[in-house]
Design a protein around this ligand. Structure first.
Ligand code: 5GP
Length: 224
């Protein structure tokens, strides 16, 4: 019964707008805020998103796969990608480079798919400057104490790296006002659902529906 209600709610809420353009959705968040798991769940539960895979010079963590979690590249290769304009944006984060390969993003947007970039704040601001219609969403834990706890529990980073990531979080906290939305990830199931609603609702923005409006206006003239 509950499931039926859920489906109907989604139809009402999201069945009545015209989808034409693929959108760029930037997801950022403090290291340890649960973005990785959130993205995994979003991709598993909804099939309307294309997740961009970044290139990085950082070493893979245990279990991470090349071409799945990241394209793990050498510093030389990364600099070459910058030179060849292969990256839509890039940034240095705690001693390593990270960047978004351009071709996949452009190709998926052309197909009308919403492309998700899971990137840090400097990159997010570059995307906003290049694509003013992109949506910027920041994910955080309910408190700074919880952030530290999650980073320590993860057990994949040394104490020194955890310290650097927390320092970085305190710098980034100042820039978060530039984002369109801030989501507190206190319950994964709930956050995944809200994130999907939030992204889908962006398609109702008038600026996302200019082609529809143009067609509507043309048709209006014919029925006058
Ligand atoms: P991690 O090392 O934990 O995988 O990622 C560190 C930070 O780099 C995270 O904040 C992540 O969002 C960011 N990041 C990952 N890929 C990119 C990218 O392509 N560009 C930018 N600017 N940041 C990225």
């Amino acid at each position: 019964m509950n499931d039926e209600k859920e489906v109907k709610h989604e139809e009402v809420k999201h069945g009545s707008f015209v989808r034409k353009k693929g959108m760029l959705v930037v997801i950022s968040g403090f290291s340890g805020a649960g973005k990785g798991t959130l993205m995994k769940r979003l991709m598993e539960e909804y099939d309307n998103y294309s997740l961009s895979i970044s290139a990085t010079t950082r070493a893979p963590r245990p279990g991470e796969k090349d071409g799945v979690d990241y394209f793990f590249v050498s510093r030389e290769r990364f600099l070459e990608m910058i030179q060849n304009d292969e990256l839509l944006e890039y940034a240095k984060y705690v001693d390593n480079y990270y960047g978004t390969p351009r071709s996949y993003v452009e190709q998926e947007m052309k197909k009308g798919r919403d492309v998700i970039l899971e990137i840090e704040i400097q990159g997010a601001l570059k995307i906003r400057a290049k694509y003013p219609e992109s949506v910027l969403i920041f994910i955080t834990t309910p408190s700074a104490g919880e952030l530290k706890k999650r980073l320590m529990h993860r057990g994949t980073e040394s104490d020194e790296v955890i310290k650097k990531r927390l320092e970085r979080a305190s710098l980034e906290a100042v820039g978060v006002e530039a984002y369109d939305y801030i989501m507190i990830n206190d319950n994964l199931d709930k956050t995944v659902k809200h994130l999907n609603y939030l992204i889908q609702d962006q398609h109702m923005r008038a600026s996302q529906q200019l082609e529809f409006l143009e067609e509507f206006q043309k048709e209006l003239r014919t029925v006058l």
